[in-house]
Design a protein around this ligand. Structure first.
Ligand code: NAP
Length: 300
């Protein structure tokens, strides 16, 4: 039965109809109880009339290899992989997409015959969100990226694939910024890449000509986290993107909004990475609005 979209999500309260033909999808992670993905994907399956269910799998450290090897024998059709297993999953699948090869991490696995195919939809999710929510195309733009962890790596590679003009990678641990910058340079020699230490003057210069500032650190998730860049360095016209979606408004976003700047939080990235995974699994267009509403209700 196809559900109609009327105001709030009508599918959320309904449990999935499970029978002998129900396909199983899920998410492997540790810890996993905070995940909003089951709400989003089950709503999407119900709305699209697809006989599938999406469940959380609590995979303890040390068991990820056995868990991934169990996907095919258990008849699971596909899974998302989340923290801390994205890099391990990359090594355990049979084939990988170009993005996941460059990023070195897999967040979506689909079963094709007797093979596990690994994708990374985080990077695509970020780009779609920047384009649709932020109405900003990073092509030939100057970008300052805060962070050098897993999310920053996915974002940096996506930006490089989109041919940004320059990318300044800023991190508290400078050696990680250097490593990521070198990696990007090796694969994308035409892009101007520079690493910078978080407390250095190099950031001020990079921000002066920046079109986009992205926070891909965890700083901002907790109340009382410091602002990593002095807001006086933000100039009119710069777009501020914070990958954090909980809280919905970090200190960085609040400061930028007060200055009248265009701001985007990480909610859209979460939504679009899920939509891309849904499309890989089902071959159908993701019901974006229903997925957005289910996430919004969950994230409140
Ligand atoms: P990660 O691999 O643990 O990396 C953490 C990054 O934050 C590192 O660069 C780290 O710097 C930096 N950092 C942490 N505390 C800091 C502080 N007090 N001051 C300055 N820098 C600090 O984490 P991740 O997986 O990349 O995730 C990063 C953020 O992205 C998280 O907030 C996560 O929720 C968000 N995210 C959002 C989505 C989405 O769909 N919206 C998807 C993925 C991730 P060092 O190298 O110096 O430790």
């Amino acid at each position: 039965m196809k559900m109609e979209l009327k105001g709030t999500v009508p599918v959320l309260g309904l449990s999935p109809k499970i029978d002998g033909n129900t396909r199983i999808y899920g998410i492997f992670g540790w810890p996993i109880s905070h995940t909003a993905s089951p709400a989003m994907h089950n709503a999407a399956f119900r709305y699209s009339g697809i006989n599938s269910v999406y469940v959380p799998f609590h995979v303890p450290p040390g068991d990820i290899k056995r868990a991934i090897k169990s996907i095919i024998p258990l008849g699971i059709s596909g899974v998302n992989i989340t923290v801390p297993y994205k890099e391990t999953a990359f090594k355990l699948v049979d084939e990988t997409s170009r993005e996941s090869q460059l990023i070195g991490a897999v967040n979506t696995i689909v079963v094709q015959g007797d093979k596990l195919i690994g994708h990374n939809t985080d990077a695509q999710g970020f780009l779609r969100s920047l384009k649709y929510d932020g109405r900003t195309n990073p092509y030939r733009k100057n970008v300052v990226l805060l962070g050098s962890g897993g999310a920053a790596r996915a974002v940096a590679i996506q930006l490089a694939m989109t041919n940004v003009k320059s990318l300044c990678i800023v991190n508290r641990t400078f050696s990680r910024a250097i490593r990521l910058a070198r990696y990007i340079k090796r694969h994308f020699p035409n892009i101007k890449i520079s690493p910078a230490y978080l407390k250095s003057k190099a950031i001020n210069e990079a921000l002066e000509s920046a079109d986009i500032l992205i926070n891909a650190t965890t700083c901002g998730m907790k109340r009382g986290d410091p602002l990593l860049v002095d807001h006086s360095l933000l100039h009119p016209g710069i777009v501020v993107y914070d990958l954090i979606y909980k809280p919905q408004e970090t200190k960085l976003i609040t400061e930028a909004k007060q200055m009248g700047l265009k701001t985007v939080n990480g909610f859209g990235m979460l939504l679009y990475q899920g939509a891309a995974a849904f499309e890989i699994w089902t071959g159908k267009k993701a019901p974006l609005e229903i997925m957005r509403q289910s996430l919004e209700i969950y994230a409140d």
